[in-house]
Design a binder for this molecule. Structure first.
Ligand code: NAP
Length: 238
């Protein structure tokens, strides 16, 4: 299926997986609406990528999903792909877990992602077509010590995607969850020890590796659904 002329709304579009996906879609002629907090970074992307509108703000603001849809409709007259990708990680042992950071992670990874998913799914259902994607994680299928809260947010994403897939089957709306293993991005910027060292993964994925998987899912013809797509560094023992 040709993607040229389609419109994608992506949260967490300033960096990492969201940005790499935006670039890969843009190279195939997709028009973009990107969201993130860093306004200057978004403006740089908008200046560089053709047909790219941006909205800066906190994804936990309740009006964000509707504002993003409105921007897509105003600038491009349609929305075909909605990607709930913004996220963060707070992982720590029992003695040092920061409960405020944990709550913030739950607000971004679950509350905001769910609001975005339901709002865009409603729009797609009314339109009779569209593709909703959410970034889960390999930690949405297994847990590890010290990261129970993060894994729980990604298990929640898995559960929502599965239910929405069933609910929307036959409606023309497709739902996919993207499950990366370790990716070299800014996600772990606050970690004292790099996760590739902790997990003994000398060569993590690059954001572009995940973006290729997203493109594979969205460019399938309308009768084909890729419900979940796990992408791992080849040495990650999952
Ligand atoms: N890196 C990995 O190993 C890995 C593995 C599996 C899954 N993931 C998932 O992949 C997704 C993207 O992360 P990434 O690895 O690409 O890291 P990243 O480069 O840090 O990207 C995170 C994105 O989320 C946005 N974001 C975070 N909090 C936000 C908030 N409150 N409001 C608005 N935007 C917010 C950031 O934008 P601003 O900073 O501009 O606000 C940024 O664009 C996340 O859901 C993450 O859980 C990552």
């Amino acid at each position: 299926m040709t993607l040229a002329g389609k419109v994608a709304v992506i949260t967490g579009g300033t960096s990492g997986i969201g940005l790499a996906t935006a670039e890969a879609l843009s190279a195939r002629g997709v028009k973009l609406v990107l969201h993130g907090r860093r306004r200057e970074v978004l403006e740089q992307h908008a200046a560089r990528l053709p047909d790219c509108a941006v909205l800066a703000g906190d994804v936990t603001d309740h009006d964000t999903p509707n504002r993003l849809i409105a921007l897509a409709m105003e600038r491009f007259g349609r929305m075909d792909i909605a990607y709930a990708n913004a996220g963060l990680i707070h992982a720590a042992p029992v003695e040092s877990i920061d409960l405020d950071a944990l709550s913030e992670m739950i607000r971004v990874n679950v509350d905001a992602a769910f609001r975005f998913a339901y709002t865009t799914a409603k729009h797609f259902k009314a339109a009779g077509s569209g593709h909703l994607l959410m970034t889960g994680s390999v930690f949405g299928t297994k847990v590890r010590p010290n990261a129970g809260g993060y894994a729980a947010t990604k298990y929640a994403v898995e559960a929502l995607c599965e239910a929405l897939r069933m609910e929307l089957a036959g409606s023309g709306v497709r739902v996919s969850v993207v499950e990366p293993g370790l990716v070299r991005t800014d996600l772990h910027r606050d970690h004292a020890v790099r996760p590739e060292v902790v997990q003994n993964i000398p060569q993590p994925l690059l954001p572009e590796d995940v973006a290729r998987a997203v493109v594979f899912a969205v460019e399938q013809p309308a009768h084909v659904l890729v419900p979940r797509i796990m992408v791992l560094p080849s040495v990650q023992p999952v």
